[in-house]
Ligand binder design. Sequence first.
Ligand code: MG
Length: 367
Amino acid sequence: MKISRISVYQVDLPLKKPYWLSGGRLKFEQLDSTMVSIETDAGITGWGEGCPWGVTYLPGFGRGIRAGLDELGPQLIGLDPRVPAQINLMMDVALPGHPYIKAPVDIACWDILGQVAGLPLCDLLGGRHGGPVPIASSVSTGTPEEMLRLVENFRGQGYRVHSAKIGGSDPDLDVARIRHLNTHQKPGEIIFFDLNRSWLPADAIMVMNQVRDLGVIFEQPCETFDENLKVWRATSHPISLDEGIKEMNDLVRANAEGAAEIVNIKVSRVGGLTKARQMRDFCLSTGIKCLIMDTGGGAMSDTMVAHLAQSTPEASRIAAWDCASMVSVVSAHGAAAIDGHITAPDVPGLGSTPVMDVLGDPVAVYP
Ligand code: MG
């Protein structure tokens, strides 16, 4: 089987509400999604989506995906999409780095492999584990009262895991946010406090030690690995690393230094399902718990996340994420949030279909 054509589509995904990360330092109003179809000479078509969270969150942006695909697209024609590992090797030779550009291609190849095998992706990625996967809500930063209202709203929709964005210039306000949400936490809920790397170690240690009695989870307190390691050594809180885990080597080092109990694997950030699965499997081997997410997108991205999360044993997965419920455009159908949980589809391949009226005409076609 050979790749015969690659078509690239661009879709704007306006957020239903403006969203602020950690302390309000970054505001987001619209996402720029790229959806990729890979056609084969066997008549099977696979789909993948790549959607950075704006342009300021990570080193990646929507137009960057399409520029990178302009380099890679012609070179992928004629290759066998049923072997995603080899497709990844080729892409890493043809365009070193830029993992987020390669993610939608890798995901579309997995979709084809699943269709050929007659199996849903979760079966290929590790087998279907347990029932519906909890989704972590994404709680925009605000006053303690505003943030609790957001948590309560998500709670009413069935969410039991919450990612509360804190950080900024006022450590006392962060302590107040943490204590307020913790006081109103319900049995069985998990609330983790996500800094999106906004603290310096001194801020992190000061705030975290003030809420030492609560034992709550903090995610990516600081920018660099060494800063986070310094924080981890000075506090007793479990720490999750997110933005700092860009590739397998970061994860290997985090494990070797004991720098994290949890990692947040964002599939597009690390280059797609092939690499995210390797990292997830490393976590299973080393006892690190996982959050499985993506950087943004519609139902196609959420469906992909649902497969990797569903194929992760329940004891090791904390939550997945859905972005489609945060945007006002329906770009695809697939796995959707139901009562704060998501379930990988039980059809061969990815199990997500694009809404072609929304995608419009392709912005690029290879060859
Ligand atoms: Mg995070």
